[in-house]
Design a binder for this molecule. Structure first.
Ligand code: RNT
Ligand code: ZN
Length: 415
């Protein structure tokens, strides 16, 4: 018996069907963010790094500087990541013809047609985000909630343009596109008015979402604070939760870096699933703050995936990754983070949830504890190795040399 067959038998003894778990995992797409490849710079303002509530740190060489470089790097990462993928784009990744440029409020589908061709050729879906940061029209840290009508209107036009683009992308791919609005809006110091900006944001969102678009899934992403905006965030958790709850078709996106360090997003997942039929997620790793470190196989990632699977919500939860580390090889960052997301999902799919839940309901807590603890040392690695093999990607210990070769041959030659 090989290691996979042996491991499978051990899981079967607990009532876990490994083949079924692998099939479910292989069918679940994870949306991989394009912005890990170039430190969230994009193509429309090439001189600027990320500003406006977020920040990338590190100076590892080899950052992608163009559509050609970013897609080559993304391809290399995907070749080392098992499972079904989507690509998550930001509006600042518009692809312009030579000599062409359009400001954020004038972007159209044409500027993303190259991405659609790219996605079509690889059979992957696309998700989309307005880019309301790293731009001179972010004034005093404000966009959609600004008291300056010119500023507010500019960003309303931008978000309307982005929803239109998302709809056209969805039409072109025969798919639905997750369109996520995150804005940095907030204040560095103690506010004199907390309500006014929120009422302006609410009115702006009402305008942005007025037209139903069948190929778009709308969502809004809250935050607790941003860099330079430490005292107040307009789009707080309560604000967007209430907005989504009162606006059918608009969903609340949970980013696990956007809460108090002692709050866990895993516990919020079942709470929201009691009310919403879709739940978009940004999986990241906050270290002390929303630092967007590369996703590791840590307790919270395992717990997030357990909740998704336990709640029977594999289809309802739209999983996206959101991290950007410029201090390490960026292609490897994608690979480590995305493989970990896959690994954590597989881990969750291989647990005897029904048995554990029945023990909880029966008040047999001692048995539940004993079984849950025993599950931690099941031969999970053998199933993972088999999954990588059947997915045609290198196993653990075999992919890093491919990254090293790519770095020597491609990344090191970039200026
Ligand atoms: C920022 C949000 C947002 C961004 C990306 C680039 O705090 O997490 O999702 O990270 O849109
Ligand atoms: Zn996010």
């Amino acid at each position: 018996m090989n290691r996979y067959e042996g491991a499978k038998a051990q899981y079967a003894a607990l009532g876990v069907d490994v083949e079924e778990a692998l099939a479910r995992l292989a069918g679940k797409p994870i949306s991989i963010h394009c912005w890990q490849g170039d430190d969230v710079r994009g193509f429309d303002r090439p001189d600027g790094g990320a500003t406006g509530g977020i920040q990338t740190t590190g100076d590892y060489p080899g950052r992608a500087r163009s559509f050609a470089e970013l897609t080559a790097d993304f391809d290399q990462a995907c070749a080392l990541i098992p499972g079904k993928k989507r690509i998550n784009l930001h509006a600042c990744y518009a692809v312009f013809a030579p000599g062409e440029w359009a400001d954020r409020d004038a972007l159209t589908y044409r500027h993303f047609a190259a991405w659609v061709d790219y996605a079509k050729a690889r059979g992957i879906g696309i998700d989309f985000n307005p880019t309301a940061f790293s731009h001179p029209m972010v004034r005093g840290g404000l966009t959609l909630s600004s008291p300056d009508e010119d500023v507010r209107r500019f960003w309303i036009r931008h978000c309307l343009a982005c929803r239109r683009i998302a709809e056209d992308i969805g039409q072109a791919l025969g798919d639905q596109v997750l369109h996520n609005i995150w804005i940095p809006d907030g204040l560095k110091d103690v506010p004199a008015d907390r309500l006014g900006p929120r009422l302006r944001l609410k009115a702006a969102l009402d305008e942005i979402f007025a037209q139903p678009l069948p190929h778009v899934i709308d969502c809004v992403e809250s935050k607790v604070f941003g860099i330079g905006l430490e005292s107040y965030t307009v789009g707080s958790n309560e604000f967007y939760m209430a907005y989504a709850a009162t606006h059918p078709g608009v969903y609340n996106l949970l980013d696990n870096g956007h809460y108090h360090p002692t709050e866990t997003v895993s516990d919020k997942i079942p709470a929201l699933l009691a009310f919403f039929d879709k739940l978009p997620l940004h999986v990241t790793r906050p270290v002390r703050w929303d630092s967007d470190h590369v996703v590791l196989l840590d307790d919270e990632l395992l717990e997030i995936c357990k909740e998704i699977v336990r709640c029977g919500a594999l289809q309802k939860v739209l999983i996206g990754l959101d991290f950007f580390d410029a201090s390490i090889n960026r292609v490897a960052a994608w690979v480590v983070g995305a493989r970990n997301a896959q690994r954590a999902l597989l881990h969750a799919l291989l647990l005897p949830h029904n048995t554990l839940a029945a023990l909880q309901d029966a008040g047999r807590f001692t048995e539940k504890m004993a079984l849950a603890e025993d599950c931690k040392t099941l031969p999970f690695g053998d199933i993972w190795a088999h999954y990588c093999q059947t997915q045609g990607v290198p196993g653990d210990g075999a992919w890093f040399e491919i990254i090293q070769r790519y770095e020597a041959d491609i990344l090191a030659k970039r200026g």
